[in-house]
Design a binder for this molecule. Structure first.
Ligand code: NAD
Length: 351
């Protein structure tokens, strides 16, 4: 039985990771999450009676709490998902991003270092600190080329700048103190349990209600899309077999323009749930003023992860988006509780 301290495990990717891991058996998860607006205990409802899941509401920046959790649970690894993750919010208020993504990660690293040093040599060798990051740290691409692990960092938003800073700290803890760290930089994720401020769940929800579908700029910005469970499998693979001190890029080989993504969602929903008034959902697309500093294109080369660790995505964009649309249709109760805010009541002791 391996014990993992997972941070941010009530969020989108962390939640999927914890659910997938515990479904496999052989793992115990201590899930540390602050439950910001992005943390949702509804996602973890299937684990309510699972003795291998310990949920702790708290901040990765809380020295005493992190120290206590490490001492009490003696984890074999730490997987750090906790972050402020929404680019638009980082434009409106960068300070919170620096606080959690940089200062919080530094605290986690410092506490992890002290814990790691206190372990036997055998446990030190086996320990891993895996930091989950984004391809946005590499900046924007022209029409050609892909980000590799050697691409120079050039973050363009407060979000990506804060993630870049945290990646550098993780790297420094390996090179300076010899801590067994791993970093994964992943492209855009989509799939079940994503907070509906992000492109795909936002468009699904609005399109279902027959509302205008706001698309930034000319809609031709390109992102590489990865189904979230493929990302979770990649993280687990890196945790098990990645070389410490290394960085692994994770991507879906699925570059799509934003406007294409929105049109596919419209088509899938028109087929499954036609609008009562017979309108085609594509007619709801409305172009809005572009996001400031909007990166034009991201594309990621995940060849290293594929060659060294034998990982490959199982979903194509077409299969993954179909699953995702179906998941949102089947889980309108989860979505409804996010939209009306009642998902936040549970932590306050409400219904
Ligand atoms: P999310 O916003 O859905 O979840 C973040 C979680 O972290 C939430 O549950 C939140 O409550 C928690 N959290 C925030 N601040 C915290 C703090 N100070 N202490 C403890 N918990 C805190 O984010 P996500 O989309 O699941 O992303 C998870 C990680 O993966 C992030 O580090 C993000 O940068 C990275 N990432 C995301 C994507 C993507 O497409 N979503 C792609 C690549 C990398």
């Amino acid at each position: 039985m391996k014990t993992l301290l997972v941070t941010g495990g009530a969020g989108f990717i962390g939640g999927n990771f914890v659910l997938d891991l515990l479904a496999q058996g052989g793992f115990r998860v201590v899930n540390l999450d602050k439950l910001t607006y992005a943390g949702n205990l509804d996602t973890l409802a299937p684990l309510k009676a699972n003795p291998d899941h310990v949920f702790v509401q708290g901040d990765i920046g809380d020295k005493v709490l992190v120290e206590r959790l490490l001492a009490e649970h003696q984890p074999d690894a730490i997987v750090n998902f906790a972050a402020e993750s929404h680019v638009d919010r980082s434009i409106d208020g960068p300070a919170e991003f620096v606080q959690t993504n940089v200062v919080g990660t530094l605290n986690l690293l410092e506490r992890a270092l002290a814990y790691w040093r206190s372990q036997s040599l055998e446990r030190q060798d086996a320990f891993r600190f895996l930091h989950v990051s984004t391809d946005e740290v590499y900046g924007s691409l022209g029409p050609l080329g892909k980000f590799t692990e050697e691409t120079a960092y050039a973050p363009n938003s407060p979000y990506s700048a804060s993630k870049a800073a945290s990646d550098h700290l993780v790297r420094a803890f390996h090179h300076t103190y010899g801590m067994p760290t791993l970093t994964t930089n992943c492209s855009n994720n989509y799939g079940p349990y994503q907070f509906p401020e992000k492109l795909i769940p936002l468009m699904i929800q609005k399109a279902l209600r027959g509302e205008a579908l706001p698309v930034y700029g000319d809609g031709r910005n390109v992102r590489d899309w990865l189904y979230v469970r493929d990302h979770c499998r990649a993280i687990q693979r890196v945790l098990e077999a990645g070389r410490t001190g290394e960085v692994y890029n994770v991507g879906g080989d699925s570059e799509r323009e934003n406007i294409h993504v929105v049109k596919v969602i419209c088509e899938l929903l028109d087929r499954r749930e036609p609008l009562a008034d017979g309108r085609r959902r594509e007619s709801l697309i409305t172009y809005v003023k572009d996001r400031p500093g909007h990166d034009r294109r991201y594309a990621i080369d995940s060849g290293k992860l594929q060659r060294e660790l034998g990982w490959a995505p199982q979903e194509t964009f077409e299969s993954g988006i179909e699953r995702t649309v179906q998941w949102y249709l089947d889980n309108q109760a989860w979505c409804g509780r996010v939209t009306d805010g009642s998902y936040r009541m549970e932590r306050l002791g409400g219904a």
